[in-house]
Design a protein around this ligand. Sequence first.
Ligand code: PGA
Length: 233
Amino acid sequence: MRKIIFGNWKSNKSKNQLKSWFQEFRDSLSGLVFSSIEPVIAPPFVLLDPVEEALKNSGVSLGIQDISAYPAGSYTGAISVHNVNGFAVKYALVGHSERRKYFHEDATSIAQKVTQLLTDKITPIVCVEPETIQETANAISTESLSSCIVAYEPSAAIGSGKNAALQEVKDFKAEVIRLFGHVPYLYGGSVDEKNIAQYLLVTDGVIIGTASLDARQFVSTLKTAQGEKPIGS
Ligand code: PGA
């Protein structure tokens, strides 16, 4: 399996900023072919269409940052799996700590989101940390657990520049295997081009917030991940 490098744009970027971002992205890539990594970009929902268009034939997959816990219907303001039908969305974050903190998401709604995504064959990337993994796994149906990807996303490491120690990331994997089985395992929290290589040794990929916002920085992180340009060379 190629290593997933998931760029989570969060609530950043507007339609007007896309053109220059993708121009810089393409220029910096300079024809790089992704052989050992699978880059993913997860824009805000309103930018899915132009981002999908810009990513055509680029080898970069499309992701989303959340999904409604409900199907199509009378749920004002929510984006359901039905609404993203027709887009080539491959992965969706679920239960990111920012969703839990600012939008009061709990294990029950996270489990509903996992169910919704799987009905549409979008792979859920369930974000957990020590305080939330047990109740999250308990809420998800047994048959769905093995269809998830699990991301270790310690809140203290997110957006802080304080990326988690490698040993901590390694250790948490045992907890993931205990509760979810042998599912793909990602790490997220202040990952950048300087620290990404070590995490890829012990995970199936990473989630990158801040360092995915600048196209050049994202590309240089992708290149390091693929071993094209080792740090210090
Ligand atoms: P960060 O965000 O890279 O800015 O720490 C990571 C995340 O929220 O997954």
